[in-house]
Design a protein. Structure first.
Length: 173
């Protein structure tokens, strides 16, 4: 599986980092960093990093063949660009390609409360099949610390992308 993960904005960057670190080793990871993310990733097996201004990167082409994409966190600026079809950076271009190729696109919007404009953009994308999955806790998992809360969120994102995991206690009963 080839997965693109974009980290946009600054708030919530650690969730994007943890999402990447918890991905199974056999997934080929292509990481896009916005200039505001200001995060440096070490080269690891199956991890390729790009800056958001590398618009000609291989992942900007449908012929490259990525299976899915997650934007964690997803700034409202990025969400709005994707909603309007603006492809002026690698994140929005790769998302556009994922949409045109009918692949899975997951967005984790990080800002709240949501304005009517934000909600309209999310609704438009949801109707196109985009998974809108803000970091909202499910208390049935009974998290007792921040790590458990983050594992729940990452596990729900993995579920949406059909990635097997055991990051949280599933509902029984």
């Amino acid at each position: 599986m080839r997965l693109i993960v974009a980290i946009t904005g600054a708030s919530g960057v650690t969730l994007g980092e943890k999402f990447i670190k918890k991905l199974p080793k056999d997934i080929e990871k292509h990481i896009i960093l916005s200039k505001n993310a200001k995060t440096v990733f070490q080269k690891e097996q199956n991890i390729f990093t790009y800056l958001d201004n590398e618009i000609s990167a291989s992942i900007a082409s449908g012929s490259f063949g990525c299976d899915s994409m997650a934007v964690i966190p997803c700034s409202m600026n990025t969400l709005a660009k994707i909603s309007c079809g603006i492809s002026d950076n690698l994140t929005s271009r790769a998302a556009s390609v994922i949409l045109k190729e009918n692949k899975k696109l997951l967005l984790a919007p990080r800002e709240m409360p949501f304005s009517a404009i934000m909600l309209e953009n999310m609704l438009k994308l949801s109707r196109l099949g985009v998974i809108i999955s803000p970091p909202i806790l499910g208390y049935y998992a009974k998290p007792t610390n921040l790590e458990m809360m983050e594992d729940f969120l990452i596990g729900k994102w993995f579920d949406s992308l059909k990635i097997e995991h055991d990051l949280y206690k599933r509902w029984k009963g």
